[in-house]
Design a protein around this ligand. Structure first.
Ligand SMILES: Cc1ncc(C[n+]2csc(CCOP(=O)(O)OP(=O)(O)O)c2C)c(N)n1
Length: 582
């Protein structure tokens, strides 16, 4: 039943059970084959293959919306809704997204990338629909259910009058890591029926989510027996189903990079990443200071905290997909005398902004925020780029905001944060960078480096964080003799080192170019300009433009926004030419 361009929904509606079982096999094969080439959420998407087939068979998408939580598990849905032939472009520059997006397909009725939004969104759809308009379906994982947002939606369900609403709980007992807390225990205990009944659901299940016949029979039964109350269907699936390495190591294969098939179990990871550097440094510091505790919101491995969790099990907390709770919990620990370090990706920390302001900053509590994946993340795209932390944290009074420019800066900044006793953040990117950066430290702390010094420079370049190595490369290309361009490397975006503002104010003739890997609006560059005297020529701010940056290979994305070293070099040449004329 699969033609050149994949199965169609009308074909799916007519197919025999045997054909549907075969289709599930074909979809699995396509997902595995593609993800091993392009990378992607392999393990997560292999679980609900039969579910996607059954939902599209029984419901009439997009008229009956199917809302997938996170969207990382919905590759089968993509393949069934017209993206079979483009699937090989998954997560590539210009290719199809790894998540769901309304811009990509009318079947992606609600885009996501962050977890636990599906119940709220589905409630929004269902609240406006009469029974005659058909069903609204939400698919949420057992991990997704641990977030406050999902629990807020659960609490609201009884209070809203809704059209036919089905929530499918895709329970694989895994978040990315094993799921944590009371929810997985309730789901495993046989008390799930009572639990969901209290929230106003008719509970159905648990059933085997890999049996298409059982899924079809149950979904059709749900439609027939609908009694006007929201339904929760509890299914069991296996993360990584059908691909042995992913079944054996579901956390590792939840999402993979390209060619993961070549990675042998136990082999050392090829790159020493900023996350690794952070995790190792924190272990060293924790040996010295028993007050240090570490907190992760469902991402111990991604944030480099696995080793810490092994070595200091009583000082490590995985709180589930619960970023606001992670931060307020840390605030409580800090108020009780501990020195909590909260490691969360920049994009997910967005959820916790009120906790940062209200619980940590107003009370001036010494919580350290280790902000991972700051800057562009590449293939995961706009829902995951760490574009906004400099903007959303820059305005929080009393919060020190820093960025390493090489791996060695990480431990130094962590030490500085612990010594400061104030709310303190360090933001670092996905992947790796140079181990060290040679330069002269300026001022008392280690927050400002002079990397290139010219007596009367035509251009003063100020670079924050990991854009710095690219800037250096560009400057060496454009000004090989080192006679025209001075380069400053700033580690502290807030407070801005006073030595920097003094030096820049002492020379208002040169062209000023400020670079950062974050949104220009509300970012470091704007903050720095605010502290400077007027200059002879208009300063140039280079960072992320005021639009969402798509998914793709990081070099391609950097090129498109003028932040690759070649584009930076071109810009420097252009400015030097301009400076020469004036
Ligand atoms: C707010 C937020 N925090 C963290 C993540 C990272 N993340 C992506 S998937 C996932 C686990 C989701 O588990 P579950 O809902 O059970 O889905 P499964 O992958 O097991 O199908 C996590 C923590 C995220 N997407 N959003």
């Amino acid at each position: 039943m699969i033609g050149q361009s994949g199965p169609s929904l009308p074909q799916l509606k007519k197919a025999s059970l045997a054909e549907l079982v075969e289709l599930a096999e074909d979809i699995r094969h396509k997902i595995i084959e593609t993800c091993l080439k392009t990378g992607g959420h392999l393990g997560a998407s292999l679980g609900p293959v039969e579910l996607a087939i059954a939902l599209h068979r029984v419901f009439d998408s997009p008229a009956e919306p199917i809302i997938w939580d996170v969207g990382h598990q919905a590759y089968a849905h993509k393949l069934l809704t017209g993206r079979w032939d483009r699937f090989s472009t998954l997560r590539q520059t210009g290719g199809i997204s790894g998540f769901l997006s309304h811009d990509e397909s009318e079947h992606d009725v609600f885009g996501a990338g962050h977890s636990s939004t599906a119940l709220s969104a589905a409630l929004g759809f269902a609240a406006t629909r009469a029974s005659s308009q058909g069903w609204t379906v939400a698919v949420v994982g057992d991990g997704g259910l641990t977030a406050g947002l999902a629990l807020e939606a659960l609490n609201n369900i009884r209070a809203v009058s809704v059209g036919p609403l089905l929530t499918v709980l895709n329970d694989n007992q895994m978040s990315i890591a094993p799921n944590v807390g009371a929810i997985p225990a309730i789901l495993a205990s046989g008390e799930a029926r009572d639990f969901f009944s209290h929230f106003g659901f008719d509970y159905v299940g648990p059933i085997d989510g890999h049996r298409i016949d059982v899924l079809l029979g149950t979904l059709e039964g749900i439609k027939r027996g609908y009694a006007g109350r929201p339904i929760l269907l509890h299914i069991h699936t296996q993360k990584g189903k059908g691909y042995a390495p992913a079944e054996e190591r579901p956390s590792t294969f939840h999402g993979v990079g390209p060619l993961q098939s070549k990675v042998t179990p136990g082999a050392p990871t090829p790159l020493h990443s900023f996350s690794d550097e952070f995790g190792n440094a924190l272990c060293r510091l924790a040996e010295e200071d028993p007050r240090i505790v570490a907190i992760s919101a469902a991402m111990p491995e991604g944030t480099g905290l696995t080793e810490f969790s092994r070595r200091f099990p009583t000082r490590f907390f995985d709180v589930g997909i619960a970023e606001p709770h992670a931060v307020t919990f840390a605030a409580g620990l800090a108020a009780a005398g501990y020195r909590p370090v909260v490691a969360i990706y920049s994009t997910f920390l967005q959820r916790a902004l009120d906790s940062i302001i209200h619980d940590v900053a107003i009370q001036r509590l010494p919580v350290i925020f280790a902000i991972d994946r700051a800057g562009l993340v590449g293939a995961d795209g706009p829902t995951h780029h760490g574009a906004f932390d400099l903007s959303y944290l820059g305005g929080v009074p009393g919060l020190e905001l820093t960025a390493p420019s090489c791996l060695n800066d990480v431990e130094a900044l962590l030490r500085q944060g612990l010594a400061s006793g104030a709310p303190f953040a360090l933001r670092y990117p996905r992947g790796t960078g140079p181990q060290d950066l040679a330069g002269d430290w300026i001022g008392s702390g280690k927050n400002l480096r002079r990397l290139k010094t010219v007596r009367s420079p035509k251009i003063q370049v100020v670079a924050l964080g990991m854009v710095t190595p690219k800037v250096l490369k560009a400057v060496e290309e454009v000004d090989p003799k080192g006679t025209q361009i001075s380069v400053w490397n700033v580690l502290s975006a807030k407070p801005i080192p006073v030595e920097l503002t003094e030096a820049l104010n002492a020379d208002t003739q040169s062209k000023l170019i400020i670079l950062e890997e974050g949104a220009i609006r509300g970012g470091f560059g704007e903050a720095l300009l605010h502290e400077l005297n007027p200059r002879t020529s208009r300063p140039v701010l280079l960072g992320y433009p005021d639009r969402f940056i798509p998914h793709g290979a990081i070099p391609d994305l950097e090129k498109s926004i003028g932040l690759g070293s070649r584009e930076i070099a071109d810009r420097l040449r252009q400015e030097l030419a301009g400076a020469g004329k004036s």
